[in-house]
Design a protein around this ligand. Structure first.
Ligand code: RBF
Ligand code: MG
Length: 350
């Protein structure tokens, strides 16, 4: 996959693609259907497929003060799309220039002149252009004018009858329903990052934890979770069962929010390592105990409960990727644009 951060001077081999457009936060099963449709049509037309998205998320641009809400921060989204087998990814900077572009200017300058799109695929609720005034009907009309077609992918629902939607996934996570979120995403929701130094109190408790800063990630419900933690081992991610706590740690008089994970059957030092934490199940809200003994006994019970739940888990695998239809796409060349732009690729294929 090649990553472009601009829509001008696009090389000939990346022009004329079938392009899926959207914010695609979460890259959930609805997004996957839109992108797969683009891949299928590209294959039929004998051209490349591409994804066009925006960074920051337009909502982050318009409402910078609102609490973090991202399901997939930029590099996580890039990795997911690359693992699916996307040919070309256009990530346009969402700035005042882009925000000021009318729907018509967006179609002419970006889609027609910039990318010379063969066809565009969008979700049913796609809106674009200044003031969000462009919708699918306008896109189709402008497409006719500029010589490309539009496919609007209808809303699709999970086996449980729930429409795939980023907002729905966020609601599930905020309401302590990680399994429901995973059903919409097609994989458990993940947080990943570099492990920070903690207070070392966990070690005294007998439960050393790896601490994370969530940065722009959505904050899930406070409480205790059963997790699978992914450690990068060369080209592979190895998943270990564990538990995590997200909250203020009232028992130890915590003053700030901490996300910390304890891995079963692991006794190495995780500090400074890159860790993925797939959130599988919710165990309970956090509580204030009278002392460390009460807390330790509760954590013992949490670990037992988590081991049972994780052993019986039958939902989508952590890090699951829905490969796109069509010809198999080679992984990026070493030192690709992707790696130059984002740093070394994290191995992600299962
Ligand atoms: N801290 C609390 O104050 N209340 C809790 O209910 C609580 N539950 C936890 C459950 C697990 C499985 C883990 C790993 C930690 C929990 N903690 C809780 C956080 C604990 O206080 C913390 O790990 C140590 O203070 C070290 O940072
Ligand atoms: Mg810790």
């Amino acid at each position: 996959m090649r990553l472009f951060r601009h829509h001008t001077e696009v090389p000939a081999e990346a022009r004329g693609a079938v392009v899926a457009i959207g914010n695609f936060d979460g890259v959930h099963r609805g997004h996957q259907a839109v992108i797969a449709d683009a891949a299928r049509q590209a294959h039929g037309l004998g051209t490349t497929q591409a994804v066009l998205t925006f960074e920051p998320h337009p909502r982050e641009f318009f409402q910078p003060a609102q609490p973090p809400f991202r399901l997939t921060p930029f590099r996580i989204k890039v990795r997911q799309l690359e693992a699916m087998g996307v040919d070309n990814l256009f990530v346009l900077p969402f700035n005042s220039d882009l925000a000021a572009k009318s729907a018509e200017a967006f179609v002419v300058e970006v889609l027609s002149q910039g990318l010379d799109v063969a066809h565009v695929v969008v979700g049913y609720d796609f809106v674009f252009g200044h003031g969000r005034r462009g919708n699918n009907a306008l896109l189709a009309e402008l497409g006719r004018l500029h010589g490309f077609g539009i496919t609007t992918v209808a809303p699709a629902a999970s086996e449980g009858g729930e429409i795939f939607s980023s907002t729905r996934v966020r609601e599930h996570l905020a309401a302590a329903r990680p399994a429901a979120a995973a059903e919409l995403l097609g994989r458990p929701w993940e947080i990943e990052g570099r492990v920070e130094h903690g207070e070392k109190l966990g070690r005294k408790l007998g439960y050393p934890t790896a601490n994370f800063v969530l940065h722009e990630y959505l904050q899930p419900a406070f409480g205790i979770y059963a997790i699978k933690a992914g450690i990068d081992e060369g080209r592979e991610t190895i998943w270990h069962d564990g538990v995590a706590s997200f909250g203020y740690r009232p028992t130890v008089g915590g003053t700030h929010l901490v996300f910390e994970a304890h891995l079963f059957d692991w006794n190495g030092d995780l500090y400074g390592r890159h860790l993925r934490v797939a959130i599988i199940d919710y165990l309970r809200p956090e509580k204030k105990f009278d002392g460390l003994d009460g807390l330790r006994a509760q954590i013992d019970a949490d670990c037992q409960a988590a081991r049972r739940l994780l052993a019986a888990y039958e939902g989508p695998a952590p890090g699951a990727v829905a490969r796109l239809p069509g010809p198999a796409h080679p992984a990026s060349e070493p030192q690709s644009f992707y790696e130059r732009a984002l740093g070394p690729r994290q191995p992600s294929r299962r």
